[in-house]
Design a protein around this ligand. Structure first.
Ligand code: ADP
Ligand code: MG
Length: 324
């Protein structure tokens, strides 16, 4: 008998997945039944990856599985949420068991790591498209938002930015880089690490937060717009990896950091009054936050500076916009 939809769900998405006690019923009924923790708010994010738009045939199935979960967990991280449950809508052009094996493996690995329970989904035939919805919690009233930045707050970025964009440019042969740098940045494009622990640690410290999916300039721009404030950013303070600075000119490295997306670091603001706590609790966090500038009162104005003068290397390009 042919391997059908229910065999697929049973084989790849039911057994050997992490189980949580707050899931009364997961895969196998018309809908999932979940127990909500008291005094919490539910945080929900959805992200889709479409073949030919967000990834291509070169991307290993395991990486696709990892990334479609990681980008959702990154949204939860940017809200300060603790992840709990995922659901998966899978659209496949054909029954490809080798691809499914890799994809489910990548997805399960990251679910195992963050103790996320796959609570259900949908399976359909069509152009290869993956949609994940991630659910998490925050204690009531503590979620990080984009609209809380105030003039004088310090602006931070976790990890380093620009690497995933460099990987994409190298893959498309727009730049030539060494094999070892390519391996390193490709890992960041294919297997991004959502800043889940950092996001939760920032709940009572940061005044606003966002994850960097479309590029720092665009994503910090969302904070500025939502908070009705401006920012000054010193381009020489942007956290850049060795792989990036050794592969392109200094000015280009800054442009990658500002304009390329897919890094899934956090950009957040810390009020002066919380900076002492931040420095003692988080300055040595493994996600290595770097201070890049300060929030100003000039609504929607992002000033890129070098030595307190306007930086001359700016171009007008924003972040990635599907309809732009
Ligand atoms: P229904 O027809 O009632 O919508 P489905 O046949 O779509 O039910 O799904 C049967 C069960 O399998 C449901 O519990 C659903 O959540 C789960 N499921 C379907 N597809 C997936 C998938 N790709 N990953 C995880 N669970 C899935
Ligand atoms: Mg269904």
């Amino acid at each position: 008998m042919a391997f059908g939809e229910f065999d697929l769900i049973d084989t790849y998405f039911t057994h050997r997945w992490p189980k949580r006690d707050d899931v009364v019923k997961g895969v196998g009924d018309d809908a999932a039944i979940l127990t909500l923790p008291s005094d919490s708010e539910l945080i929900i994010a959805t992200d889709t990856m479409v073949s030919g738009v967000h990834f291509d045939e070169q991307m290993p199935a395991r990486a696709v599985g990892h990334k479609v979960a990681a980008v959702n967990l990154s949204d939860l991280a940017a809200m300060g949420a603790e992840p709990a449950w995922l659901s998966l809508a899978l659209t496949l052009p054909e029954m490809d068991q080798e691809w499914l094996e890799g994809f489910s493996h990548g997805l399960r690995e990251i679910c195992d790591y963050y103790d996320c329970h796959l609570i259900g989904g949908d399976t359909t035939k069509g152009p290869l498209t993956l949609t994940v919805t991630a659910h998490g919690f925050v204690p009531q009233g503590t979620a990080l938002r984009r609209d809380g930045a105030k003039p004088g707050d310090w602006i931070y970025v976790s990890g380093s930015i620009g690497d995933a964009g460099l990987a994409l440019a190298a893959q498309q042969r727009k730049v030539q880089i060494s094999d070892s740098h390519y391996r390193r940045v490709l890992e960041r494009l294919y297997f991004p690490s959502p800043r889940v622990a950092l996001g939760q640690a920032l709940r009572d410290i940061a005044s606003s937060a966002i994850d960097i999916s479309d590029g720092l300039k665009a994503d910090l721009g969302h904070i500025l717009q939502a908070s009705n404030v401006g920012a000054r950013v010193d381009v020489d303070e942007l956290p850049l990896s060795l792989a990036l600075t050794e592969s392109v000119t200094g000015e280009d490295a800054i442009r990658y950091a500002l304009h390329s997306g897919d890094d899934y670091e956090l950009c957040f603001t810390v009020p002066e009054s919380r900076r002492g706590v931040f420095d003692t609790v988080l300055a040595r966090h493994p996600a290595k936050p770097t201070c890049i500038g300060r929030i100003t009162s000039e609504a929607n104005k992002l000033r890129l500076e070098r030595n307190e003068e306007p930086w001359q290397g700016a171009d007008e390009k924003g972040g990635y916009d599907h309809f732009g």
